[in-house]
Ligand binder design. Structure first.
Ligand code: ATR
Length: 281
C-alpha cells in the first residue's frame, strides 16, 4: 500500500486525509494517508523518517513547515521557487530508500495552481483581469506566480504591513506587481479580489470594502472555507459583487495537483468538493 501523510502544527483540523482517500477510491489506488504533528524545529527529521519507509511515496506540508520543506528538497517547480515554500514532497525513485540526501526528495507548491484551477472551474476568466491580492503571508506567496502565468493584466498586493507586501513582490522577481498599503486599497479597481489573510477566521474584514474598491469587481475569493460564506464574502455580496467563492475548491484542487504528481492520475475534483461540503456544513 502506498503511504502518504500531511505534516503540520497544528494538524488535527486537516481535511487532507479525507480528500486523498476520496481521490484514491476514485482512481483505484490503495493508500494510507495519515496526519503527523511535528514539533517546531522537528519537521525535517520527521519528514525524512516518514519518507524513508519503503512504501512511502510523498507527503503534504502545511503551516508552519513550508519553508523547511523547501529547504530539504530539490525544487524545480517555479511556483515553489518563487514562494520559497513547498506543500508537496515526493520521494524520488532512485532504487534506494536513502532520504537523508536532499537530492532524493523533490518539492512542489500546488497552492497557486489549486487557486487558479478552482477559479477556472467556477468559470472565472483570469486573462486580462486586474487582480487584488490581500495579504502577504505564506498563503499569498504561493499563489503569485500561477496568477501571473494565467495572463492576468495586473496584480496588486495590499497588506496591513506594506513593507512585507513590497518584500514579497520583490522576492518573486516579477517586475510588474503593484504594492499598496491596506488603507489605500480603495484606489485600486480590481475585477477580482482574493483574500489570503485569515481575518475571516476571526470574523473580521481584511480591509474596508468601499464602493469604489468594488466598483468593477466581478468576484471575490476568500481562501478561508470555514463558516462560509465568510464576512468578506457576505460584505461583497451585499454591495452587489455578483460572485463570491470560499477556499474549499482551492483546498481540493491543490490536493488534486499533489495526487497527480504522486500517482500520475487525475481525480474528479468536483465530486470531492460536493462531498466535502456536505461533511463540513
Ligand atoms: P499565512 O501563511 O496563512 O498567509 P501569515 O504568514 O501569518 O499566514 O500571514 C498572515 C497575513 O494576513 C499577513 O499578510 C497579515 O498581515 P501583516 O503582514 O500586516 O501581519 C494578514 N492579516 C492577518 N490578520 C489580518 C487582519 N485581521 N486584517 C488584515 N490583514 C490580516
Amino acid at each position: 500500500m502506498k503511504k502518504f501523510a500531511v505534516f503540520g502544527n497544528p494538524i488535527e483540523q486537516s481535511l487532507s486525509p479525507t480528500i486523498h482517500q476520496m481521490f484514491a477510491q476514485q482512481c483505484d489506488e490503495a493508500i494510507s494517508y495519515e496526519k503527523i504533528l511535528a514539533p517546531e524545529g522537528g519537521f525535517i527529521a520527521k519528514a525524512r523518517s516518514f519518507l524513508s519507509q519503503p512504501d512511502a511515496v510523498g507527503c503534504n506540508v502545511t503551516m508552519p513547515f513550508k519553508l523547511d520543506a523547501f529547504n530539504m528538497a530539490v525544487v524545480d517547480d517555479q511556483a515553489a521557487k518563487d514562494a520559497k515554500a513547498v506543500n508537496t514532497l515526493m520521494k524520488v525513485s532512485n532504487g534506494s530508500n536513502e532520504t537523508n540526501a536532499k537530492n532524493n526528495i523533490k518539492g512542489f507548491n500546488t497552492d497557486g495552481i489549486g487557486l487558479v484551477n478552482d477559479l477556472l472551474n467556477n468559470h472565472i476568466e483570469l486573462k486580462n483581469k486586474r487582480v487584488l491580492l490581500i495579504g502577504a503571508g505564506g498563503a499569498a506567496r504561493g499563489v503569485i506566480s500561477p496568477l501571473i502565468e494565467a495572463s492576468i493584466a495586473q496584480l496588486t498586493i495590499a497588506n496591513r504591513t506594506k513593507e512585507k507586501a513590497q518584500q514579497v513582490a520583490d522576492e518573486t522577481g516579477h517586475s510588474n506587481i503593484e504594492v499598496v498599503a491596506l488603507e489605500d486599497v480603495s484606489n485600486v479597481r480590481p475585477h477580482i479580489i482574493i483574500n489570503s489573510t485569515a481575518a475571516s477566521l476571526d470574523g473580521e474584514l481584511p480591509c474596508a470594502m468601499s464602493l469604489s474598491l468594488l466598483e468593477e469587481c466581478d468576484v471575490v475569493y476568500d481562501m478561508v472555507y470555514k463558516n462560509s460564506p465568510t464576512v468578506f464574502m457576505r460584505e461583497a455580496r451585499s454591495q452587489g459583487v455578483p460572485k463570491s467563492l470560499d477556499g474549499l475548491g482551492m483546498l481540493v484542487e491543490q490536493a488534486a495537483a499533489a495526487f497527480t504528481i504522486w500517482t500520475s492520475k487525475q481525480p474528479d475534483t468536483n465530486a470531492v468538493v460536493t462531498k466535502l461540503r456536505e461533511l463540513i456544513e
